[in-house]
Design a protein around this ligand. Sequence first.
Ligand code: FES
Length: 175
Amino acid sequence: MIADHFFNPRNVGDADEPRFVGRSASLTCGAHVRFSIQVDEAHAISQARFRAVGCSDLVAGASLLTEQVIGLTTAQATTIGHDPEGMDPRCARLAREALLDAIVDFSNAARDDWAGDEALICTCFFVSERTIEREIQTHGFTTVAEVTKACNAGGGCGSCHQLIQEILATNDLPG
Ligand code: FES
């Protein structure tokens, strides 16, 4: 399977515009990979493409990953964590890091573009600032992990962690 994806890599190139781009690189071996995704209105990945400079495992890993994530929501795509059998785990991880970086790029843009009544904090799980505040105030949460467990916010790409942290700090009032 690895050889097949290396000799016949799928989805090479750039996703169509509007696209969101992520990159990762290894300081150890000099390999680098660029992932670009297109995301539909339901936050599902409709296109995933890559460019890579590196070994056969990196090319195969990125190629395989593009096939795995198409059709998944961005939140689901962040949970892909297993290393394909026989593949160097460092190469598989490098490909996943580039994908995650592309999802963060999407999440930041989606948050900025959001036009709903309530501020959207976690774009992976569509969780608003008000919902997070309510969870914090109701349960006295003090950590991002507690918020994530209660309402999923923060459980995907992680780009909202800093914002959740700020909401926690704002609500950390002396009782
Ligand atoms: S925006 Fe991705 S985990 Fe919250």
